[in-house]
Ligand binder design. Structure first.
Ligand code: HEM
Length: 151
């Protein structure tokens, strides 16, 4: 068996066009050029993920079926070179670092925005409950007064 080639992330992101598209998922590099038009989720999402670099989160977020996961192997061309420790690769490594930080920031931003939207989802019914309780309290309180002043 031929040994798989190892590519630095900076090289994978160079292949992000319709005529040449590579994706990185779980540390493996896939050439999905021929799959672009067949992808049920459309080619644009694949091209976006390819340009970003690591597509693992994008792939997982969709909740792809096991069929989709097993399709991956037919597009495998290599593995991701995480160390990038080759001589003369230092510049590339630092640019990878910058990209990683950018990716992490993007993920964090996504998490914050999704948590704030779920906060909103929680706060709206909570406020309605408080309003309902206050209304009920005043209603029953004034009702009690009316009732007790009778006696
Ligand atoms: C080589 C990598 C990929 C393969 C083989 C693949 C395969 C598939 C398959 C077979 C489906 C149909 C539903 C299913 O079986 O789960 C699908 C749906 C989808 N894929 Fe991918 N996919 C890949 C990468 C990606 C990436 C990187 C994204 C980025 C966001 C993506 C986004 C989507 C979306 C949004 C759908 C849903 C379409 C719908 O339900 O209308 N896919 N994909």
């Amino acid at each position: 068996m031929e040994e798989l080639k190892s590519f630095p992330l900076s090289e994978v992101t160079l292949h992000s066009s319709k005529s040449d598209c590579w994706l990185t998922i779980h540390g493996k590099v896939y050439d999905v050029t021929n799959f672009l038009e067949e992808h049920p989720g459309g080619e644009d999402v694949l091209l976006e993920s390819a340009a970003k670099g690591d597509a693992t989160n994008d792939f997982e977020d969709v909740g792809h079926s096991s069929t989709a996961t097993s399709m991956l192997s037919s597009y495998l061309i290599g593995t991701l070179d995480r160390s990038s420790s080759k001589k003369g690769d230092v510049g590339q490594q630092s640019s990878n670092g910058v990209k990683n930080v950018a990716a992490k920031t993007a993920t964090l931003e996504r998490q914050v925005s999704s948590s704030s939207s779920s906060m909103r989802k929680f706060i709206v019914p909570f406020i309605s409950l408080v309003v309902a309780f206050v209304a009920w309290y005043y209603y029953s309180h004034s009702g009690k007064k009316a009732c007790c002043s009778h006696h």
